[in-house]
Write a protein that binds this ligand. Structure first.
Ligand code: GLN
Length: 298
């Protein structure tokens, strides 16, 4: 700081001399110098501090990125992907006994794009979130992004928009959201449909591990209706179209839902890679092909 002041002082004196100032002027200028120099020094110091902070934070970000990349599940050759193959057309057990469906095909295409092997593990929907980061690396299961789930996992960009539907017997009097009050409603355990029933006045949720079991109990008269996502509702109703109909939630004022891939919390590198693959498959038409093959043809 002292060196800085003496440089400024010498500079100002030299300039004043050059400009032909009198000795008095120079002395006067020199008197003001300490305060001006102090101001300038303060300003420079604060700018330097700001720049230093910006550099430190940028460096911190780089370190975080490197650490995240180093510790990422993405470094494995095989990504273990959890699903619940009870949710057609997104996931179901195929003719060969292995999980198949839109989500599985999308995940396999992403694996190919990213140069990773994909191993699919079929488990209860209810266990998926808790298994991420230990039994499985990723979950794809027509899973809706919710604030509560975001406390435990990170989500990819959304890859499909959905809404809950209400499956009712063909002759049912259920026509509006109000008609759901005080009913016994079949749901799949731990799903957004299940959470929704908790908010319906007087309604009781009958929870099943498989949506199809809820539908069977509707056919048996053990529940009044079933609340489940729109696409599986369409599939289940198509198997019993003489007896059941699905009312789409958009007609009942239900909120839109967004499906995304769930990953361990804090694995930013994995999220970045998965989002990159998703964007690439959307751009090259693979995503649309899979929608046609698995969802539109359902
Ligand atoms: N979308 C619903 C949820 O995330 C249901 C998903 C499912 O049953 N596979 O809760």
């Amino acid at each position: 700081m002292r060196k800085f002041l003496s440089v400024v002082l010498t500079g100002v004196l030299a300039l004043s001399m050059l400009a032909g100032c009198s000795q008095k002027d120079v002395e006067k200028a020199a008197e003001q110098l300490p305060s001006q120099a102090a101001e300038a020094a303060k300003e420079i110091a604060s700018q330097a501090a700001e720049a230093g902070e910006a550099i430190a934070s940028a460096a911190g970000d780089v370190i975080k990125d490197v650490e995240s990349a180093e510790n990422s599940a993405f470094n494995k050759d095989t990504l273990v992907v959890g699903t619940n193959a009870e949710f057609p057309p997104f996931e179901y057990v195929g003719a060969d006994g292995n999980p198949d469906g839109f989500d599985i095909a999308l995940m396999k295409a992403m694996g190919e794009y990213l140069g990773k092997k994909i191993e699919v593990q079929n488990m209860q929907f209810d266990s998926l979130i808790a298994s991420i980061g230990n039994k499985i690396d990723i979950a794809i299961a027509g899973m809706t992004v919710t604030e509560e789930r975001k406390q435990s996992v990170d989500f990819s960009d959304s890859y499909y928009d959905a809404v809950q539907s209400v499956i009712v017997p063909k002759d049912s009097a259920i026509k509006t959201a109000d008609d759901l009050k005080n009913l016994t409603i079949g749901v799949q355990l731990g799903t957004t449909g299940d959470f929704m029933v908790a908010d319906i006045e007087g309604a009781t949720a009958s929870q099943y591990n498989k949506g199809v079991d809820a539908v069977n109990d509707l056919l048996n008269g053990r529940v009044d209706c079933v609340i489940i996502d729109k696409n599986p509702a369409q599939v289940f109703v198509s198997l019993h179209h003489d007896e059941l109909v699905a009312i789409e939630g958009t007609e009942l004022g239900f909120e839109a839902e967004h499906y995304a891939i769930a990953m361990p919390k804090g694995d930013a590198y994995l999220v970045e890679m998965i989002n990159g693959a998703l964007a690439a498959l959307k751009a090259d038409g693979t995503y649309d092909e899979l929608v046609k093959k698995y969802i539109e043809a359902q």
